[in-house]
Design a binder for this molecule. Structure first.
Ligand SMILES: Nc1ncnc2c1ncn2[C@@H]1O[C@H](COP(=O)(O)OP(=O)(O)OP(=O)(O)O)[C@@H](O)[C@H]1O
Ligand SMILES: [Mg+2]
Length: 273
């Protein structure tokens, strides 16, 4: 393949978020003109502090806003060329987008295998058992856990949540803060598996994170969101080498997260939250 052909292939976006605004309860505007492109087969990360609108962006994609009285009031979202921002969550799963929600929403009083089967609910083929084995190859420790999922450790529950997404045979997985509540060692393990799944299965990923260090290392491209707007975007290298990103997002893990905006507005926002 020629260099030009390789470049066009890489640049082809499978998901296009075009200038969307999202409003909750008809009055609370949270997203203010957000545009994000996710190229096929890549890992794109969406970074930002608490309350920036990251989860709202994912819910807009997966159609889950409606259940929270939220609405895309401007702009559109296209998946493989088709508008999806007016579709039901079930239709979006069938189109090939699966969301792993914040806080690992597994079913605690079901077993690992029952949870995995839930992920396959939109499928009608007979390869579900084979795919459960495939999930166990990525997450061998899940195979040993035969009790109820509620007894799994936090890391194992996160693995199960990702495994369940795989069971839907998605074209794209949206992950909401997979590192939340995990030890640094487990975060490393989970991110390693996310990268492996992306490479081996060719599944496109949109990865929402507060942990910029890990997310940027795994991602091909990143966007930084603050107060409902994208304030910066770039390739992994551009963002890792950007002085502001280094200072505000990759800094030595100081408790008080700084912001691109001035400190005064940061304090105000913090009080408001
Ligand atoms: N259902 C809702 N109704 C009203 N406001 C909401 C709702 N969900 C979120 N918000 C508000 O929208 C803003 C963005 O929330 P969102 O959950 O998208 O942020 P986030 O970037 O995911 O934050 P975090 O890193 O804490 O998960 C916040 O101010 C939040 O209070
Ligand atoms: Mg969130």
């Amino acid at each position: 393949m020629s260099q030009a052909a390789v470049q066009t292939q890489v640049a082809e976006p499978v998901l296009c978020i075009n200038n969307i605004e999202v409003v909750y309860d008809e009055v609370i505007q949270v997203l203010r003109g957000v545009s994000i492109d996710v190229p096929k087969g890549q890992i794109v990360t969406l970074l930002g502090p608490n309350g920036a609108g990251k989860s709202t962006t994912l819910k807009a994609i997966s159609g889950l806003l409606k259940s929270e009285d939220g609405e895309v009031t401007r702009g559109d979202i296209r998946f493989m060329g088709q508008r999806i921002d007016r579709q039901s969550p079930e239709a979006i799963v069938r189109d090939g987008i699966f969301q792993v929600m914040e806080g690992r929403r597994i079913v605690e009083d079901m077993t690992v295998i029952e949870n995995l089967k839930l992920g396959a609910y939109t499928r009608s083929d007979n390869e579900v058992a084979a795919d459960i084995e495939m999930v166990f190859e990525y997450f061998p420790r899940l195979k040993e856990r035969t009790g109820l999922a509620g007894y799994l450790s936090g890391g194992e529950q996160q693995m199960l949540a990702i495994g369940r997404a795989l069971m839907a045979r998605p074209k794209m997985i949206c992950l909401d803060e997979p590192s939340m509540g995990l030890s640094p060692l487990l975060v490393k393990e989970v991110f390693g598996i996310i990268e492996k799944i992306n490479k081996e299965q060719g599944i496109t990923m949109l990865l929402v994170e507060q942990n910029a260090n890990y997310a940027l290392k795994a991602a091909d491209y990143g966007y930084i969101m603050e107060s409902g707007k994208i304030v910066l975007d770039g390739t992994r290298e551009q963002l890792l080498n950007n002085e502001d990103v280094k200072e505000f997002y990759l800094g030595g893990g100081n408790e008080e997260r700084k912001s691109f905006k001035n400190l005064k507005s940061y304090k105000r926002r913090k009080r408001w939250l």
